[in-house]
Design a protein around this ligand. Sequence first.
Ligand code: ADP
Ligand code: GLC
Length: 488
Amino acid sequence: MKILFVTSEIAPWVKTGGLGDVAAALPGALQRAGCEVQVLVPCYPALASAFPQRHYVADVPPLGGLLPEAQISMAPAADGYELLLLECPVCYERYGNPYLGSDLRDWSDNAIRFGLLSRVAAWLATDAAMPRVAPDVLHCHDWQAAMAPAYMRYRPGKRRPASVVTIHNLAFQGLFDPHVLADIALPPQAFTFDGVEFHGRLCFLKAGLECADHITTVSPTYAHEIQSYGHGYGLDGLLRHRADDLSGILNGIDTELWNPATDKLIAAEYAADSLARKGSNKLALQRQLGLDENPHAPLLGMVARMTDQKGCDLVLAEAEALLVAGAQFAVLGAGERRYAQHWQELARKYPDQCGTAIGYDERLAHQIEAGADIFLMPSRFEPCGLNQMYSLRYGTPPVVRRTGGLADTVVDCTPETLADGTATGFVFGDATRPALRHAIERAIATWRDANAWQALQRAGMARDFSWSGPARAYLSVFERACRAARDA
Ligand code: ADP
Ligand code: GLC
């Protein structure tokens, strides 16, 4: 089965969050599961310099509207699949975040930039202009690629492959003024309630959810949640309507990159049978962040985009009380300024206990996973979440809220789950300060009981979060989508 995988980010070159990680790992896993995968991604400067030897394979024909000229080049990726780079310097030759300018505002031409990505994906899939790229399934990720199935519907070509849209985060929908319709070369008849229109605006994600043969999202619980008013961002009605074509497939993680036994980014490598060495990582992290080198202080770690989604406000509301009680924090994140400032203030006030790094730092992310005692991820919503899986693998039990992929990956520690060996972390329900505080206190109390803690660590480290299971689940979704496309 041939898959054209369309994404707006791919680690390690361009990554703003988990989508970059997924796009880096899932194509290889699909390839190992027997698919032939090509990944279409905009040629941002980081990709251009990573693949100087790429070769041009096609000129994209004029696509209409204001969509600029573009070319396709090709490069082999390490994992056996092929990278198709969408070359269009006016759209993609911009440094830094792929979606935002240095003023932290969305680029004003994002509809064109990702309209182009989606349009080119549909052209490659349907036009048969490049026989080498004639996929059975067009697999589109998030709003930036989600317009592709709509182009397949409203601008049909010679072929009609199946289409699958994967939702990584329903909160980001790609909403634009209606005049953009003509700019991105969609016909007026696309602008209807069962097309690309959403409350008078043009919506990339909705277009994909309407037009794709199948929809997936990144955990079973999130698949269920987004069909409800509270988590649906106005799209819950549509998702309920398409419930039979909606699947939740839990993400995997890159178990080579995130392996404490071989991780070169951490101070001391360790495994489930050498947990004592994890202490060296704690000491190194304390030293690096200028904290008291005290093995008896519980060290709470957090690596996250600093946004409401991640529950930053909840942690900040409890942080000072926890510091006063003797806990330490190691916090890494980028995002909303108010959260960053608050963490920096705490770091100034409690320099021996609170280490804050604002920005993006892959190495420190690994060091926090390895060096912290407890990992905090009290998200308000979490489609899947990767960090809690990294922390389980690093023997750093997480405190999480019962939502989305967090609910699907962490087993709450109770006397029963501890006794039967299934407990892996601490799960709480309400997104409130007292509920979070209670969960953190339970975690700290358990951490003080060395035997119970080691049982928890080992249970988490033994969990299999590799991509092979999810890749098989995608394969059966692809087969279903192909049947649906044949019947369409
Ligand atoms: P989301 O995609 O919602 O941000 P995930 O948990 O799925 O959340 O993935 C986040 C990814 O980004 C993880 O690989 C995490 O380690 C990484 N990450 C987030 N913030 C930072 C940061 N400031 N520095 C380094 N890595 C980060
Ligand atoms: C999104 C979600 C996150 C998920 C990631 C990868 O960014 O917020 O929960 O893990 O996508 O699917």
